[in-house]
Unconditional design. Structure first.
Length: 292
């Protein structure tokens, strides 16, 4: 059985890209499920899948995050990974689906878990907003704040991989230099900007719409928004990208990993080994090797 991918909200589970992509398990909040029930559910997942990768956004309530770590601690299991993602909600959903795709490949659970940090660099997550006055997760200058009070103003904001903010009509967001698809979640803002302007500017190979995650208005500071995420949709590209990175063994828990941190125990790679790490990068849509 593939490694289980679990999430803290049902709207982080996007429709599968093909019949092989498995769904994700739901880890309920403490106010919706008792600790005993959460322990029982996790035990079943471990028995069925061997390993569980719990993915959750950095914005979930502290009590929910504590529940995840409590379950891991009580079960005394080193086969549960708790991955906190500092991405906008739609970006988290995209990354969750990519991990679901990778879970059925011939990668070890440790490689799948640590691949989350690598793949997040290739997700361009942002939103179209009618106001940035309550936006506190992306740097906003005083000038932009002032403009947001002008009726009809709209702002294109990129939160990942690097923060950007432009007023629509006076600039463009710098996009990916590799082939992507664009996923769009519409809130209460009425606009076709994402499909008619952003997608062509970023040379997206396709545009798909999905429901807006429930946490998006809180994350972006307004319900009048359109959230978007450009991502790598092809599992063969994802596979090659992850395969291009040198694999190491965690000195603390013994699980295989890529990158500089274990996805299961969060231990950093031993400093003496860092120089042997090989990073995979994408150039114009083609995975390349770059030795360091």
């Amino acid at each position: 059985m593939p490694t289980a991918i679990a999430v803290t909200s049902a709207d982080l589970v996007l429709p599968p890209t093909d019949h092989q992509t498995p769904t994700a398990a739901l880890l309920h909040a403490p106010d919706a499920q008792s600790l005993d029930a959460a322990l029982a559910d996790m035990t079943v997942l471990l028995e069925q899948h061997g390993y569980v990768i719990a993915v959750y956004p950095a914005t979930i309530p502290l009590a929910h995050e504590r529940r995840l770590h409590t379950v891991r601690s009580v079960l005394e299991s080193d086969r549960i990974a708790c991955l906190k993602l500092d991405l906008p909600p739609l970006g988290v959903a995209v990354l969750v689906r990519q991990l679901r795709q990778l879970s059925v490949c011939d990668f070890s659970p440790g490689v799948v878990a640590s691949a989350a940090r690598l793949l997040s660099h290739y997700i361009y997550a942002g939103a179209l907003l009618n106001s940035v006055t309550k936006l506190d997760r992306v740097p906003v200058g005083l000038k932009s704040h002032a403009k947001s009070w002008v009726p009809g103003s709209q702002f294109a904001v990129l939160a990942n991989p690097a923060p950007q903010l432009v007023k629509v009509g006076s600039g463009e967001l710098a996009g990916p230099e590799f082939s992507t698809q664009l996923l769009v979640g519409k809130g209460q803002l009425q606009s076709d900007w994402a499909a008619s302007e952003l997608a062509p500017a970023w040379q997206a190979q396709g545009v798909q719409e999905t429901a807006l995650p429930s946490d998006s208005p809180r994350w972006w500071g307004t319900s009048r928004l359109i959230e978007f995420a450009a991502y790598l949709p092809d599992i063969s590209v994802l596979y090659q990208l992850v395969s291009s990175v040198r694999r190491e063994v965690c000195i603390w828990c013994g699980i295989e990993l890529i990158g500089d941190r274990c996805g299961f125990c969060s231990a950093p790679l031993a400093p003496a080994e860092n120089h042997t790490h090989t990073a995979g990068v994408l150039i114009q849509g083609a995975p390349m090797h770059q030795s360091s």
